[in-house]
Design a binder for this molecule. Structure first.
Ligand code: NAI
Ligand code: MG
Length: 415
């Protein structure tokens, strides 16, 4: 039996292209694992009326470690229309399988590193006041609370009378009291102290491990007094346990301005769900965008690692595939960190860093080409070739651009 078992969940579209590439890299660094395939996504919705089948939940519950590609999701009307005719009209409701997965396993800590690789042509640059440009080295990791806040899913259009009644007990509701129900939408932002403590603690632990001097809590407590207030208050309490690390506090609006001015000043940022989602995309844009954005969804028991990008359906059918596998491969490296194989993770990141620095091998996004079948002829490499170049750095492949390998390693089994 291998040391680790990983539930591999490629999902839809390009998830199927990038995940097998990550497995090649995991093999190359000697990660001792068995892989168990699990289903998720659009086909599951269409054929079973459930985008996250129970069998996938069971596998994750058993093995506790998942590597996930991406899913396609569509608005409810389209979802209903694409449902298998036999299932239509039977009350099936589409729920995002990712949100469901996060809530089901309480994957409450979302970790999103946005760390620039030297030589990446997509890196943020800043004009100097005299002439020329600076390219500050950005090394930011966003810790986003993953299960509560604005994404808790407690919301109504035309809220029931009981809810209206409860809202009416707040003096500020007077301004909305005469709004007719169908014209009134309410989303509830819930923060619990225990979840706030967990996400802030994760941020501080990471800062400690990396030797950073500070953690920034990014909220808006001057306006959203109760929920952002609790986040900040909790952060102040947690900070007391880390005497060598300073707690800074920024407001989400100002933070987005500062990330365009001095992004290198922020190494660790912690925020509630919606703000963390916004911040992590914004920072990811400074270090290469979706082709480089990795993430971990980490709970008490179960952890699932995934690139931030979606299924990119417009590129899903291209042969050879052209999308950048680095985000997926970096997610696999995060998984290695999580299971205590940090040395292997470091080897992967170094190999990626070497490939990016050399600049010989670049996917279409790194060349700012528009994606499509022509990209390869314009100098971009394919998904497989990018992985080959990374494997070459790991000593696995001697010459770049050997014949394409697009199948998964043989140890990826279907159950
Ligand atoms: P997307 O992330 O799939 O793609 C947006 C664009 O980003 C692509 O068209 C492509 O130009 C670029 N891109 C994405 N991944 C790339 C990669 N690895 N290398 C190079 N370029 C890359 O987002 P979009 O188009 O908004 O959504 C497509 C589908 O994915 C939707 O059904 C959406 O619901 C779903 N989605 C799923 C997510 C997930 O599984 N975690 C996250 C975001 C969207
Ligand atoms: Mg997002």
């Amino acid at each position: 039996m291998a040391k680790h078992t990983v539930v591999t969940i490629p999902g839809d579209g390009i998830g199927n292209q990038v995940l097998p590439q990550a497995l090649r890299v995991l093999d190359a660094v000697g990660f001792d694992a068995d892989y168990v395939h699990a289903d998720i996504g659009w086909e599951c919705w269409r054929k079973e009326g459930n985008a996250l089948p129970q069998r996938t939940i069971d596998l994750l519950a058993r093995h506790k470690l998942g590597l996930f590609g991406a899913i396609t999701s569509k608005p409810n009307k389209e979802a209903q229309a694409e449902l298998d005719p036999e299932l239509r009209g039977k009350g099936y409701v589409y729920y995002s399988p990712i949100v469901t997965m996060r809530q089901k396993f309480n994957l409450d800590i979302c970790m999103r590193p946005c760390i620039a690789f030297e030589g990446n042509p997509l890196n943020y640059i800043r004009k100097r006041t005299n002439n020329g440009f600076d390219e500050p080295s950005i090394d930011t990791t966003v810790f986003r609370q993953n299960t509560e806040g604005m994404y808790a899913g407690i919301e109504w259009t035309n809220p029931p009378e009981k809810i209206r009644g409860a809202l009416a007990t707040h003096p500020k509701f007077d301004a909305f009291a005469s709004t007719p129900g169908p014209d009134l939408a309410v989303s509830v932002r819930i923060i619990t102290r225990s979840a706030a403590r967990r996400i802030v603690t994760a941020a501080f632990e990471y800062a400690k491990k990396r030797g950073f001097k500070g953690v920034t809590i990014c909220e808006k407590p001057n306006v959203v007094r109760e929920t952002s207030g609790m986040m900040e208050e909790t952060a102040r309490e947690v900070a007391k346990n880390y005497p060598g690390i300073t707690l800074w506090s920024t407001n989400i609006d100002a933070q987005l301005m500062w990330l365009n001015k001095n992004p290198e000043d922020y190494n660790v940022i912690v925020a509630s769900n919606l703000f963390g989602d916004i911040l992590s995309d914004a920072f990811a844009g400074l270090v290469g965008g979706l082709g480089f954005a990795a993430s971990g969804n980490i709970g008490d028991q179960v952890a699932v690692f995934e690139p931030t990008h979606g299924s990119a359906p417009k590129y899903a059918e291209l042969n050879p595939p052209i999308v950048n596998p680095i985000a997926m491969i970096l997610s696999a490296a995060m998984m290695l960190d999580h299971v205590g194989e940090g040395t292997q993770a470091e080897r992967i990141r170094r190999a990626i860093a070497d490939v990016v620095r050399e600049g010989r091998v670049r996917t279409y996004d790194m060349l700012r080409l528009s994606g499509g079948p022509k990209a390869i002829g314009q100098g971009a490499v394919s998904t497989v070739q990018m992985t080959d170049a990374i494997l070459e750095k790991l000593g696995e492949i001697r010459a770049f651009a050997r014949p394409a390998v697009s199948s998964a390693p043989s140890r990826m089994t279907q159950v």
